[in-house]
Structure formats: structure tokens, C-alpha cells
Ligand binder design. Structure first.
Ligand code: GCW
Length: 751
């Protein structure tokens, strides 16, 4: 009984304990042969049962299933014991010893992190006390700065796995890769592989404010406890760093692009330095957002004009100061002249002039400057989706070498589906970064399941035709197409203070997948989804098949019940949760009608050559295909065309009927997901099972709302009945228009 009580009292903080053990070990222990640390052996100090633990423990006596409950804190780094005897029998001899080989051959905090991770993982999964030694080896060839090689080879008469790299961080990545192989049931007895990241800077962009609120954050508050820093360092910082390194991410932008200049003051730089120190062993550099008007706000200058020498001098001094706190500081991200953020346009200067001035300040320290291309203005007559193209293409070639223009995947704003951003094919003389949104601003926040791997793969695989066929977005941004020496990918984080990090238990897959695709942008979403599932829910084939199927179809499902056939930006105002095709704002570009253009004739934006000519911002091969209503892919049809309600679709149905049935299909697909999920009862832990099940119930009801609200609204234009097969609405349009949600997480205006 006592054991049971202790077990339950420990459950909630299980991973913290592992991490604490890892931390203790990584900081203090540099012996090659590691002590046994792992999930199975929590420290006694933390094991003292609490009253809550005792109560819960008593409950457990009558509900033993909960013994295996999981709260999701451990993410994909669970290291559960492998039950399959045959697999165990194959693994144990292959892992006789592990050699970490780097040119220096000396231990470091990073190698200690690798050793402790291996110890925890091998103990947890195999019950094996790992023998891990560090040796000086020839620099691994062809693995670059961060890559690694894994080799199985005999050494001193023992079967050995050698993880070699040019730098310690490569060894840490290799250690995580080895553990991943075991977690996913892959053989390790004949390893001979190398892996090198395709993109150099693989970053998570946090839209975290200094007051702890996360803009578009749906999993609690910021992980960064600014007020308690630098003295108190939440152990979670290390857990964050471990998770990041395990998927190969190497940069974190700590602050919101809607920036606060205060983070650049010494009081905050001290705190930034503390975070940087926590992350450093895991190869993660910190970056900050720079508010363009900082020289005025915290520097006492009268102007922030980038061509004013005093302004440039102020930023140079500021950069020097930042590097005195954080010697490996990565650089700045800047949102300028967009959605109210200050920028060079105030002074009649261009984006390039603004960016270059900041880049020059960072350059002596090796820092980089990411200048966002997410720019649009209310008073601009140009179609919003063409504005960035217009402003930036004329600047091609004018940016410094350490400037990267950071572009969202689509020309509008992280919609469930958009065509890729035309700038990827239109700035051959500029370094371009891809910005993806991991947090689900327009895909149901952390309430709906939307696995984004297929969306990102769709973008990466999109052909810009910039240098002929095969000029994919992936090749533009990883530097292969133009042989660039600097490459960046950024994902807007979906992490927060929620115990499970991401709110929706399955949204962890999006963080995971972003990292894996940032490392290797040729991986398929399907492979990564399966990998994540195995690590997160175990390897039972039926479970893996079911979860992977659920994940892989879920984005298209969201598209279907919210914005099918190329519809976009018809969500509720402000918080962006739920439908709002009727939203009317004094800014036309924040009104839904600007995008759907519904009228008695039809539906969809007119963006062909005879309209706003968004098609003309793409290569001629694409422009020709997308201009023609007959050859435009149906999943982008209403993005590019105003389509008559009775237009014949490929299915043979008219547009109105097709639209209605797509909305219905989305709802039906959620129900299928629910059934599939229900089939996992008893196959996965009760806690995550019930959590996802409850969220899916909400998603089903929300999907019905989307369908009914949008169809009732569009019906006022189409003036046609709902076709057979579409469920009758539960309410009238006025009901949906009157829905006003308050305190929706992540919405900056509601606090
Ligand atoms: O879509 C908009 C979001 C804003 C965000 C902006 C951006 C951080 O609604 O909340 O601001 O995009 O990307 O800058």
C-alpha cells in the first residue's frame, strides 16, 4: 500500500524528478560510468506522500487503471520500459557501451547532458546501466557543425555504439537520435548513419509578453517567469531545453514580435542571460524581438530614424551591451510597420534601411537580424495578399548578408489553407526564412485537434518555379536553391505553462513535428506522425495506426468544417475562434466580406489577372494554372476566383451544393475521429484518453456551429436550399451572429 501511495504522490511530478536527477547529474557528475537515474527511481525527498497523494492513493486502490495515468508533462521523452522480450533481447547486447566521440574528447555540460539523457533513457526503456565514455576522435567528416554519426562497431571486445560529431552539440543530437530509434523499435545493432540539419537556425518564436501573457498562446501563460528571474530558475527551463534539443531546435526568440523595449534594458538582460545559461548546454541560443522605437522609449533619443547616426550608434552600443550579458546571443526579430508596430516608414525609410541599420549593430558579434515580411496597412488600396510582395520585391538585393527576411507560409495569415507566399519565388538576392505557426490561431486554438504536419509539408513541397521546376519552398529556405550560407526556419510556439505544455495533448505533435521538419525538411508528415505517436503512446501497432490516421487527416477536417475550397479569414473577430463570415469592421481588411466577397452571383475573392492579380505575383507556370477557373485546384478555388453559385465542380455538383457538403464532410470527419479515438479505450492511459475525448466532443459541436453559421450566412446570398445529406441547422443565423465569446485565451484585446 505504501508503495502505491508513494507512486501516486510522485506521478504528477514524475518527469520533473527525472529532470532533477538529470540536472544533478549533468551539473555535478562527469564520470564516464553513469549512475542509475530514471523514471523508476524517484528521489526519496520528493517521494514523501502528500495529503492529496494519500487521498488519491486510496482512490487508486479501487481504480488501479489510474496507476498508468499520464499528464503529458514528459512529452515524447517518456522512456517507458519496453515490454517486448524479443526486442529487449535484441537491444541489450547491442548497447554494451556507448562512446561519445568529439575532436576535443573532453567532457562538457553538453556531453554531460547527452550522458545523463542516455542513462535515463536506457535505464527507463531497457533497465540498462549504460556504460558511456567520452573519447577524442577524428572530427566526423561530413556532419558539419551540428550533425552526428551513429555507428555500431566492436571496441575493446564489446559491442559498441559510437556517436561522433564535430561539436558536442552534435553528440547530444546523436544521443537523442539513438534513444528515438529505440523508442520507435528500430534496430541499433548495425547502425551506420549520419544526419545533418538542412537548415542552420531552427527556431521557436515565442509571442510571450513580459507580463506573462502569450499572444495567441492557448496553453497557459509564459514559461518565462520574468519577475522571479534571474535568481529563481524554474526547473522547467531545463525541461524545455531538453525537449527542444531532442527535436533539433537550436534557437528561441523569447519575446513577442509586438515588442516591448524594456526587455533590452539591463534589468531584463540579466534575466535573459539567466535563461541563456539554462539553455546553453542544450545548444539553444536566445534571440529577442527589437522594438524599432526603442531608442526613443528607453534611450532618451528624439528619433528612431535608421539613417540618423545617433540612432545607429545607440543600437551598436545596445548590441555590445547585450553581448556582454549573452556572449552567444543570436540576434533580433523585428516586426515593423505592421499592425501598429513602429518602423522605418515613419521616417520615410525603407524596410531595407531599417533592417540594415540593426544588422550592422549585430554584425561585429556574429548576430543575425530577422526582419518580418508580415506587413499590411489599412489605408493601402492594394489587395492585402499582394502588399508584402509589392513592398519587398523592390528591395531584393538591398539587405545585408546577416539579414533574413522572415516570411509567413502564406500571403495572408496562417489560414487553414493558403497558397504559399509569393515572396519565396520572388527574391533571389535575399536570404529568406519561413515562418510557420505552431500555435493554432486559426485552427481551433488548443481546443481542436489539427495536426499541422501535412500543412507544413504542403508549403515546403510547393514549387515556386523560381529557377525552373523543382524550386520548392524547402529549397529556397534551406539555402540549396541559391547556395546561401545562412538559413532560418521559425515556428510560432504553442507552448505554455500548462502541465502538458501545449494544452491539447495531441498538439504536442505539432511542436515535435516542427522540430523534426526544421532538421530535415524532406521528412514526410506521415513518418513523423508515426514516430511521435510511438514515442508518445507506445508502439502497439493498432494504436500507432489509429493515432497516426487521426493526426494525418485532422488538418483537412478543420479546413472542411471551417474554410473549405479556398475560403479564408471568415473567423470570429479578435479571438479568431469560431465562425464569423458576417464580421464587419471599419477596416475593410479586417472584415470577412473583404475575403469571401459573397454576393448573389457567387463566392470567393477575385484575384486572377482581371482582378487583384495575385496570380501575377507567382511564376508564370502557376499564374496560368491558377488564373483559369477550370485548372485552378479546387482547394484554392475561392482564394483566387469569384465563382458563380451554379459553377460546375469536378464532382458534378454546383458550387453551392459542393460547399454545403464540404462543411458537412468536415463534421462527419470529426465524428469519425471521435469513433477512432474511442477505439483506443484501454489501449492508452486513461488520463490523456479522457482529455482528448472531451476535447473532441467540443470540436464536434464547434464543427456543427461552423457549418451552420457559414451555410446560413452564405445562403442569404446563394438563395438555394441545403442539399440532401446536410443536416438541418439547430439555430437560425441571428443566433450565431449573437454569439459573443469572452476571455478566449490568447486574445490580446480581452484582458
Ligand atoms: O495574425 C496576426 C495575429 C497577431 C500577430 C500577427 C503577427 C503577434 O492575429 O496576434 O501578432 O499576426 O504575426 O505579427
Amino acid at each position: 500500500m505504501n508503495l502505491l501511495l508513494i507512486h501516486f504522490a510522485m506521478r504528477a511530478s514524475a518527469w520533473s524528478d527525472v529532470s532533477a536527477a538529470l540536472r544533478r547529474d549533468s551539473l555535478a557528475d562527469d564520470r564516464p560510468n553513469l549512475l542509475r537515474v530514471g523514471c523508476a527511481k524517484p528521489s526519496r525527498r520528493k517521494a514523501a506522500p502528500t495529503i492529496a497523494g494519500i487521498v488519491c492513493g486510496l482512490l487508486l486502490l479501487v481504480w488501479p487503471v489510474a496507476l498508468h495515468a499520464e499528464d503529458g508533462y514528459r512529452l515524447w521523452l517518456r522512456y517507458e520500459r519496453i515490454g517486448d522480450e524479443k526486442l529487449l533481447a535484441a537491444y541489450l547486447p547491442a548497447l554494451g557501451q556507448i562512446v561519445l566521440s568529439t575532436p576535443a574528447g573532453t567532457d562538457s555540460a553538453t556531453l554531460a547532458a547527452a550522458r545523463t539523457e542516455l542513462a535515463a533513457g536506457l535505464d527507463g526503456m531497457l533497465g540498462l546501466k549504460a556504460v558511456v565514455i567520452v573519447v577524442a576522435g577524428a572530427p566526423a567528416s561530413a556532419v558539419g557543425e551540428e550533425g552526428y554519426s551513429l555507428q555500431t562497431t566492436p571496441r575493446d571486445g564489446r559491442r559498441t555504439i559510437v556517436i561522433s560529431a564535430s561539436r558536442d552539440i552534435g553528440v547530444l543530437y546523436g544521443a537523442f537520435a539513438l534513444l528515438r530509434l529505440i523508442q520507435t523499435g528500430e534496430p541499433v545493432d548495425k547502425l551506420n548513419l549520419t544526419s545533418v540539419p538542412k537548415i542552420q537556425r531552427r527556431m521557436l518564436d515565442h509571442w510571450d509578453n513580459l507580463n506573462g501573457f502569450i499572444e495567441r498562446g492557448y496553453a497557459g501563460f509564459s514559461l518565462w517567469q520574468w519577475f522571479q528571474l534571474p535568481e529563481y530558475r524554474d526547473p522547467r527551463y531545463r525541461d524545455y531545453a531538453r525537449a527542444m534539443a531532442s527535436i533539433g531546435l537550436n534557437g528561441t526568440v523569447l519575446t513577442n514580435v509586438n515588442a516591448n523595449a524594456l526587455v533590452l534594458t539591463p534589468a531584463y538582460l540579466e534575466k535573459v542571460a539567466a535563461l541563456a545559461e539554462e539553455f546553453r548546454p542544450y545548444g539553444i541560443r536566445v534571440y529577442l524581438t527589437a522594438r524599432f522605437s526603442a531608442p526613443i522609449e528607453i534611450g532618451g533619443l528624439k528619433t528612431a530614424d535608421p539613417l540618423d547616426p545617433a540612432v545607429a550608434a545607440w543600437w551598436r552600443k545596445k548590441a555590445d551591451e547585450i553581448y556582454s550579458y549573452v556572449p552567444d546571443f543570436g540576434g533580433f526579430v523585428v516586426k515593423a510597420n505592421s499592425e501598429g508596430q513602429p518602423g522605418p516608414h515613419e521616417y520615410g525609410r525603407t524596410h531595407a534601411e531599417g533592417a540594415n541599420m540593426l544588422a550592422d549593430a549585430l554584425e561585429p558579434h556574429g548576430g543575425i537580424l530577422m526582419w518580418r515580411a508580415f506587413v499590411y496597412a489599412a489605408d493601402n488600396e492594394t489587395d492585402r495578399v499582394n502588399q508584402a510582395y509589392k513592398q519587398f520585391t523592390v528591395l531584393d538585393g538591398q539587405f545585408r548578408d546577416n539579414v533574413v527576411v522572415q516570411i509567413k507560409n502564406g500571403p495572408l495569415d496562417f489560414m487553414p489553407r493558403e497558397p504559399f507566399h509569393p515572396l519565396f519565388g520572388a527574391m533571389p538576392h535575399t536570404r529568406l526564412a519561413l515562418e510557420l505557426q505552431i500555435t493554432q490561431e486559426y485552427l481551433g486554438l488548443s481546443v481542436h485537434l489539427a495536426y499541422l504536419g501535412p500543412l507544413w509539408q504542403e508549403v515546403l513541397d510547393s514549387d515556386t518555379f523560381a529557377q525552373g521546376p523543382g524550386s520548392t519552398v524547402a529549397r529556397v529556405i534551406d539555402g540549396r536553391l541559391y547556395e546561401r550560407d545562412l538559413s532560418v526556419i521559425a515556428g510560432v510556439a504553442n507552448t505554455g505553462s500548462d502541465r502538458n505544455w501545449t494544452g491539447h495533448p495531441l498538439a504536442q505533435a505539432n511542436w515535435y513535428t516542427f522540430g523534426r521538419l526544421a532538421w530535415d525538411n524532406t521528412l514526410s508528415a506521415e513518418v513523423v506522425a508515426r514516430e511521435w505517436t510511438q514515442m508518445t503512446f507506445g508502439r502497439a501497432p493498432a494504436t500507432v495506426a489509429t493515432v497516426a490516421k487521426i493526426l494525418l487527416g485532422s488538418r483537412e477536417t478543420v479546413v472542411n468544417y471551417s474554410m473549405p475550397l479556398g475560403l479564408h479569414h471568415i473567423m470570429a473577430e479578435g479571438h479568431h475562434y469560431g465562425p464569423g463570415p458576417w464580421v464587419h469592421h471599419e477596416r475593410p481588411d479586417w472584415s470577412s466580406s473583404y475575403y469571401h466577397q459573397a454576393d448573389e452571383i457567387g463566392l470567393g475573392a477575385n484575384r486572377g489577372a482581371k482582378g487583384s492579380n495575385a496570380t501575377g505575383t507567382y511564376a508564370k507556370e502557376l499564374a496560368a494554372r491558377w488564373d483559369d477557373i477550370e485548372t485552378c485546384p479546387e482547394n484554392l478555388l475561392l482564394w483566387f476566383h469569384h465563382v458563380p453559385w451554379d459553377h460546375r465542380m469536378k464532382s458534378g455538383r454546383i458550387l453551392w451544393d459542393e460547399l454545403c457538403l464540404r462543411y458537412q464532410q468536415g463534421v462527419d470527419e470529426v465524428r469519425t475521429i471521435q469513433r477512432d479515438w474511442d477505439s483506443l479505450a484501454g489501449k492508452i492511459d486513461a488520463e490523456r484518453y479522457a482529455h482528448v475525448q472531451a476535447l473532441l466532443r467540443r470540436q464536434e459541436s464547434d464543427a456543427c456551429d461552423w457549418r451552420e453559421a457559414c451555410l446560413l450566412y452564405f445562403q442569404t446570398f446563394a438563395k438555394r436550399p441545403l442539399p440532401a445529406g446536410v443536416e438541418a441547422p439547430a439555430h437560425d443565423l441571428a443566433y450565431y451572429e449573437a454569439v459573443k465569446l469572452r476571455y478566449v485565451p490568447g486574445h490580446p484585446g480581452d484582458y
